[in-house]
Design a protein around this ligand. Structure first.
Ligand code: M6R
Length: 613
């Protein structure tokens, strides 16, 4: 997730760009940059690191132009460095461009452009778009910038919001979008573009929200919106009534709620572009089979803390089931003190949203000392774990502001499921066609999560019942057990309601003594091979009078159990189900926390990143 902003008008562009970027920094802070039309050419200033590094760049003082674009980056392709920072220019510096999103066919386009003699200056998918537009304009000197953008957009697979300026049209900014947000607005003699409303809210409250495959030409106060074929379309105009703080949360009350609702989009980013349509193979570019010897590992350890540990548990089920490799999972703080048996044939998967959790870093370092191979699964590009690991798989969840993990958890599961399927593919424990079928099923997850988020009335009603509860239990079997664990952790950390999770069959071995009429018990009973057994465990609870809340697929026969509440979620493979099922439990925790008056984004005693052991 990155932030883009553009200005064209009668004022100096730089202050508007910097102000807009400051409002978008929550979308990424690996690097920042601006490109401004000087009248004679395009000047670009880029800096690695937070926006402050760009703001203090002396070169900015010389940029007096009135048309420009700006970007704040959350690295996906290519590490954070000045060369990979946006804006990117084409080889002839005809155009400059900023981008948010992921271009899935960038390899193919890069190869094509390189074959035509284009030389690249960065590792990014974005530069491919800049070079493509520049190349089209070089081939046809009469081609207008907007036409070149439309032609290029037709060649792109994936997600993009773009803002582009051209040397030969000093007052024009062209924007385009597909599956990444882009808004436009005007203020006096100026026109503005941005990834998100807060970036332009100081200038205007009347915004145009672009739809997929629309292109906008902004020339001062004139905005023309077209479809991808150049036909003028009616712009979708909205008047914004929120204040700035609310706008930064996208109209949601808290960052956590916003991040919960971002899940369909970020899951699509994590899962997308992994199937090679020519070969039908699952591609994880990040893992080069020969180099990392992953074909021959005979044991896997997963090390992680907190929520990441829970996604790691799903990975254990997935790798053992599909790739048939034994997997142990450790809370990272325990790992190196228990003298685990590992060697050069061992794969250690370190899972961490931040990539900076001290215990997980230490566990990975310990594994490397013992010659094991380490793969990091993290959300933060160039984090310590990412740098030190032998290979990295990034979740593409974008920055997570709320202390409680939500979107990064479901993206971790998606990334780990992909890793498990990839291991199965390279080790031959699944046919490629089986892998492709499963990845296809994964592609439905974003829509399934969106369906859950579309109707939360049952969850909200249940939260009202839980408001004054003292304890709650969460049950699940197989891959639904990590879902239960994560549901209970979410409830504890943001609502301060005591919640425990157990494998469904375990409750009768002790904790059942705590169940009475006042205790809510959530059971995850979505489709699985132990579905009938899970329902028997629910019946044991029902017989003791607990409040029965079920997470279930539509049409489920509960075998005589009369639940107090059912949260219906779409059906998927049981190893993907934690992605869909967890969302409803995140929302339950959220509503209980708000009903209890808790500060959801900043729970007491907790920090987003735990850098001490
Ligand atoms: O950045 P990490 O994923 O390594 O963080 C691990 C835990 O500290 C983290 O998941 C914590 O449990 C969250 N607050 C959960 O919401």
């Amino acid at each position: 997730m990155c932030g883009i902003v553009a200005y064209t008008g009668d004022g100096r562009a730089v202050p508007y760009l910097l102000d807009g970027l400051a409002r978008l920094e929550y979308r990424g802070y690996d690097s920042a940059g601006v490109a401004v039309h000087s009248g004679a050419g395009i000047d670009v200033v880029r800096r690695t690191g937070k926006l402050a590094a760009l703001e203090s760049a002396a070169e900015l003082d010389a940029l007096g132009g009135t048309t420009g674009i700006g970007h704040t980056r959350w690295a996906t392709h290519g590490k954070p460095c000045d060369a990979n920072a946006h804006p990117h220019v084409d080889a002839a510096r005809r155009i400059a461009l900023v981008h948010n999103g992921i271009i899935e066919n960038h390899h193919e386009l890069r190869a094509e452009l390189e074959a035509g003699g284009v030389e690249f200056g960065s590792d990014t998918d974005t530069e491919v778009v800049a070079q493509l537009i520049g190349h089209l304009m070089a081939r046809d000197p009469d081609l207008r910038l907007a036409d070149a953008v439309r032609t290029a957009a037709k060649r792109l697979d994936g997600a993009f919001a773009l803002a582009v300026i051209a040397v030969d049209d000093p007052d024009l900014v062209v924007g385009a979008r597909r599956a990444a947000p882009l808004v436009a607005g005007t203020s006096g003699a100026a026109g503005l573009l941005a990834s998100d409303i807060p970036a332009i809210l100081a200038e205007t409250r009347d915004v145009v929200v672009l739809d997929d495959d629309q292109v906008v030409e902004v020339r001062g106060p004139d905005l023309v919106v077209t479809d991808i074929d150049g036909e003028v379309v009616e712009a979708r105009r909205t008047h914004i009534t929120w204040d700035l703080e609310a706008a930064e949360k996208g109209g949601y009350e808290t960052f956590m709620l916003k991040e919960i609702h971002e899940q369909p989009r970020v899951l699509a980013d994590t899962i997308g572009g992994r199937l090679d349509t020519d070969t039908g193979q699952l591609v994880l570019d990040e893992l080069r089979t020969d180099e990392h010897g992953l074909k021959t590992v005979d044991k896997v350890f997963v090390v992680a803390c907190g929520t990441s540990y829970h996604s790691g548990l799903v990975a254990k089920y997935a790798i053992e089931h599909w790739a048939r490799i034994p997997v142990e999972i450790d809370v990272a703080s325990e790992f190196r003190y228990r003298d685990p048996v590992l060697d050069a044939q061992t794969l250690v998967i370190g899972v961490s949203q931040s990539g900076e959790t001290a215990d997980t870093i230490a566990a990975c370092r310990y594994a490397q000392e013992l010659k094991a191979k380490v793969v990091a699964v993290t959300n933060v590009v160039d984090s310590t774990m990412a740098r030190e690991a032998d290979a990295v798989i990034y979740t593409h969840a974008g920055p997570e502001v709320s202390v409680a993990a939500s979107k990064t958890f479901t993206c971790q599961i998606a990334a780990l499921d992909l890793l498990a399927l990839w291991l199965a593919q390279v080790r031959g424990t699944l046919y490629s066609s089986e892998v492709a079928t499963l990845v296809d099923q994964m592609h439905r997850l974003p829509d399934q999560v969106a369906a859950v988020l579309a109707d939360l009335t049952e969850v909200e009603a249940e939260a009202a019942v839980w408001k004054d509860a003292a304890d709650a239990f969460y049950l699940g079997r197989g891959p639904a057990f990590p879902t239960a664990l994560e549901g209970a952790l979410k409830m504890k950390e943001i609502s301060y309601l005591h919640a425990e999770a157990y494998p469904s069959g375990e409750l009768k071995h002790g904790p059942l003594a705590l169940i009475d009429d006042d205790v809510p018990v959530v059971s995850v009973v979505t489709a699985s091979k132990v579905h009938a057994k899970t329902l028997s465990n629910v019946a044991e609870v029902a017989a003791r009078g607990g409040r029965i809340v079920l997470v279930a697929n539509p049409g489920t026969d509960f075998g005589g159990i009369e639940p107090d509440r059912v949260f219906e979620v779409p059906e998927t493979h049981e190893l993907f189900a934690p992605v869909v099922d967890s969302v409803v439990l995140q929302v339950l925790a959220y509503y209980v926390a708000t009903a209890r008056g808790c500060n959801v984004d900043k729970p007491r005693n907790l920090a987003k990143t735990v850098t001490v052991e």
